[in-house]
Design a protein. Structure first.
Length: 738
């Protein structure tokens, strides 16, 4: 036997052993494949793909599964379907097949990547009835490609045939699909398929324009959502029939509720039926890195904490408004996004565009964290958040209250509370509005951040939570609109708020100004007893302030910036903050209050309910003003009382995520202190940090292991709380108490 034959035989035997071991594990691949990689193939890769190098990279980065371009917009194998556009330079080569075979020989799971959204002109000419049309009958286009219609035979016939062909050729474990959801909400398709199916199913013609008050438009929104779920189910029936019950079709999803809504992807509907999710949520947005941990917790709350949701994590560069596909993202930037994903229960998936790069720095970025994940994956999976505060979200409210301005009206208030909770180091659980009753036993406080559109049944669930002893914080227009976005004559939860509309004209749906020169007055006023100049007309000291105003003892004003409408407040309720209307800011000589006091409430306290008409959550989400963050944190600490299970002392902006497993508590601390708006280049350590953590009844830790530092210590346990100190945290620390 020659040396070459010996090596080849040895490689084959190792691959066979890996496949046999995987086959012996009865756990389905989608429950045990944690670490992923993807080289997003470009057309020139057909002649330059160095498969041997990338196989070595798979091993270096510890991946268990790979996502390989197969078909859709571009085919990377010789498809039998003549209109399936073959990659330029591919010829008769089966690049997808070669990569799939190599991955399977290495014992890896393979997902065949599809992109089903558009085609070249030749396809359009052959099947014009399969493509989207505007009101004038012209096709919608994406650059030089034609956008396919999700209600056409392209999705019902052609794509299923392509899936069957790929399964027959290479037997992938499943499929990914990037742009599976079809035309987005900003456009209405008027093709014959849509017109016919909408009339048959809804009994009406397609809406003629975007009008949220139009019954036909509302029905079109719901009909469009239902069609995407039907496509999800159809493709899974096809792949399971052709490839076996574990052959999943998994359309990509965004971590942004606003983005999901714009593409008619029903978060709850998809996540409840999915065995696994693939997340296309690649880099930080306005909310910062912490958005990724929040995304993981938010989705797991519906998906389930035992399921996997790997996320495409870009190794290529981003800068300003541009995304540079072929150069490296700063390593610290890419890794921090990965770390925050881990903290939220997301699995790693490195993503490169093209198989050849002149900038080789990106190849070093993912490897250390992929190894970290492998070494600690038992602590990063199958766990439940330890939190007593629920932060509520609703895609229905995003649609029917947020409508065309959801980023401002629904996303921003949620983001503001998220930021305030992280800054205050208060663990929280993102909670779908329909799951309040399910999660209620473990929660002490609910936060409804401008959840404007709520059904009667959702309001009833909130009312039962409060009647059962829970506390509530609600802001802005919460419950003021029904599930269709129609204004109610009063807040549906007015009995809890202790506040009522005086006129239905107050039921507005628009952002509450940007930077108006308005304020909130604190009550009772304390400046008469605080050092400073005296005018002689300061109100006499009268009583103590409510605990939600703690820390503001030296001020009688807080900055606000918006407008407020008068409300009728119940006699039993307290108003700690009232509105000071706008007045000129320029020139400085005119900057004095024309109306120093009003009875317009900015905050109403009614027993264990805090209702805040002033949109401080939106303000904090936009401006990050410390006073706003402190006020929001005060509200939560008052509402949750002594049930918050974590105290962290020390400097720095820290995202503190706490989880439980049987007999174990896991705390993942991420240091966000040097993560402003620009890409980060290095980590600045913080510490020491003193931590106290309330232990669940089934946890009596004998030791504490710090997985990043590599240190094991004996923690101090007293009265059900464990205390320990972290001397320094650079990027993150994973603390395991057991």
């Amino acid at each position: 036997m020659t040396r070459r034959n010996f090596v080849a035989t040895g490689t084959t035997m190792l691959a066979w052993s890996a496949r046999q071991a995987a086959a012996a594990d009865l756990t389905p691949w989608y429950r045990r494949t944690y670490r992923w990689g993807q080289t997003n193939i470009t057309e020139p890769d057909a002649v330059r793909y160095d498969i041997g190098w990338w196989r070595d990279y798979w091993k270096r980065t510890q991946v268990q599964g790979v996502i390989i371009n197969a078909g859709g917009i571009v085919a990377y194998y010789p498809s039998k379907y003549p209109l399936h556009h073959r990659a330029q330079f591919l010829g008769d080569r089966d690049l997808y097949g070669e990569l799939s075979t190599a991955a399977h020989n290495d014992g890896l799971v393979v997902l065949a990547r599809m992109d089903s959204n558009s085609t070249a002109e030749a396809f359009f000419r052959a099947h014009p009835d399969w493509f989207t049309r505007n009101a004038a009958g012209e096709p919608y286009r994406n650059a030089d490609r034609y956008v396919t219609c999700i209600n056409s035979g392209y999705y019902d016939e052609y794509i299923p045939d392509i899936l069957r062909e790929i399964i027959d050729r290479s037997h992938p474990e499943g499929f990914a699909d990037n742009s599976w959801a079809g035309l987005g909400r900003e456009n209405i398709c008027y093709c014959n398929n849509c017109a016919r199916k909408f009339r048959d199913q809804v009994g009406a013609g397609l809406p003629q324009r975007h009008d949220w008050s139009d019954t036909a438009y509302r029905k079109w929104i719901e009909w469009s959502y239902a069609r995407r779920l039907a496509v999800w189910d159809l493709n899974n029936r096809v792949t399971k029939s052709a490839g076996g019950p574990a052959c999943l079709w998994i359309g990509m999803n965004s971590g942004s509720i606003v983005a999901q809504s714009r593409s008619f992807r029903d978060c709850k509907g998809i996540w409840e039926r999915a065995e696994m999710l693939l997340m296309d949520h690649q880099s930080r947005g306005p909310a910062g890195f912490q958005e990724n941990a929040d995304t993981g917790k938010l989705i797991h709350g519906v998906l389930g904490w035992d399921k996997l949701m790997p996320e495409s994590m870009a190794m290529y560069g981003a800068g300003g408004r541009a995304t540079f596909r072929l150069t490296s993202k700063p390593a610290a930037e890419a890794r921090m996004w990965m770390i925050e994903g881990f903290a939220g229960g997301i699995q790693p998936w490195w993503h490169h565009i093209s198989a050849y790069h002149e900038d080789r720095r990106m190849y070093d970025t993912a490897e250390p964290l992929m190894r970290f994940y492998k070494d600690n994956e038992r602590y990063l999976m199958n766990r439940r958040p330890l939190a007593t505060v629920g932060l509520v979200w609703s895609q229905r409210s995003t649609d029917f209250y947020g409508q065309d301005n959801a980023a401002e009206l629904t996303d921003l208030p949620y983001r503001g509370f998220m930021q305030a909770l992280i800054r205050a180091r208060i663990p929280y659980l993102p909670l779908h509005v329909d799951n309040i009753a399910r999660e209620a036993p473990g929660l002490k406080a609910l936060i409804l951040p401008s959840v404007g559109a709520m059904s009667d049944s959702q309001c009833a669930a909130v009312r039962r939570f409060v009647q059962g002893g829970g506390s509530l914080i609600a802001t802005g227009p919460t419950s003021l609109f029904n599930e269709w976005g129609d204004a109610r004559p009063d807040f549906a939860l007015a009995d809890l708020f202790g506040a009522h509309l005086l006129t239905t004209a107050a039921a507005k749906r628009k952002p509450n100004g940007q930077t108006q020169h308005s304020y909130l007055r604190l009550s009772p006023e304390l400046r008469a007893g605080v050092a400073g100049p005296k005018a002689g007309d300061e109100p006499a000291l009268a009583g103590k302030r409510h605990p939600v105003l703690k820390g503001f003892e030296k001020t009688d004003l807080l900055p606000y910036g918006g407008e407020l409408e008068p409300l009728r407040v119940d006699a039993s309720a307290l108003v700690p903050l009232s509105f000071v209307p706008p007045f000129p800011a320029f020139p400085p000589e005119t900057a004095w209050m024309r109306q120093p006091k009003t009875d317009i409430p900015g905050l109403v306290i009614n027993k264990q309910v805090a209702f805040m008409p002033a949109d401080i959550d939106s303000r904090y989400g936009r401006d990050n003003l410390p006073d706003h963050g402190d006020l929001l944190a005060n509200l939560v600490r008052w509402a949750a009382g002594d049930t918050i299970p974590l105290e962290v002392l020390g400097h720095g902006l820290l995202d503190c995520n706490v989880y439980t497993q049987p007999g174990r508590v896991i705390m993942h601390i991420v240091n966000l202190s040097n993560t402003g708006r620009m890409p980060i280049e290095e980590y600045l350590p913080v510490g020491p940090l003193t931590i106290r953590l309330k232990l669940p009844k089934d946890v009596s830790p004998g030791h504490l292991r710090l997985a990043v530092s590599g240190i094991t210590i004996v923690p101090k346990v007293e009265n059900g709380w464990v205390a320990f100190q972290l001397h320094s945290v650079s990027d993150h620390e994973l603390a395991i108490l057991e």
